[in-house]
Design a protein around this ligand. Structure first.
Ligand code: NI
Length: 135
């Protein structure tokens, strides 16, 4: 069985600049620049509080995967996914498919992780998860 190590927790937000300021007031520190992920139609940023890393993701148009989620939440910031780093991305995907997870986005390089590959999977008892291949 793969080792699923929490890499970050992601929030969807409608206005990344406002969200950054609010989370700064809750003790979070920026650990990246705002990154334009044109392939996914989002911009995103990472912040930490103690050892916990949070990714904030803002859609830039309605083609982004987080647009529908935000609309359902009336544009309030909302938990989006938990990302797990794994040693072998292909094996982890196969393992989770055997546990009835459905792939919502096949593995692709992610600009936010120096083009390491990520994939997204969903299970109704778990919600949406992201898998990140190890460095
Ligand atoms: Ni993520």
């Amino acid at each position: 069985m793969q080792d699923y190590r929490i890499e970050h927790i992601a929030y969807a937000c409608a206005d990344i600049d406002k969200t950054i300021e609010k989370f700064k007031n809750l003790g979070y520190t920026l650990v990246s620049d705002i990154i334009d992920d044109e392939a996914r139609n989002v911009k995103l940023v990472f912040m930490i509080n103690r050892s916990i890393k949070i990714e904030f993701v803002q859609p830039v148009n309605n083609n982004s995967p987080v647009s529908a989620l935000l609309q359902n939440q009336k544009n309030s910031a909302s938990p989006y996914h938990i990302c797990y780093e794994v040693d072998d991305l292909r094996s982890a995907i196969d393992e989770l498919k055997n546990q009835k997870f459905v792939i919502t986005k096949e593995q692709e390089p992610a600009i936010a992780f120096d083009n390491r590959k990520v994939a997204f999977l969903f299970h109704k008892d778990v919600g949406l998860i992201e898998l990140l291949e190890k460095q």
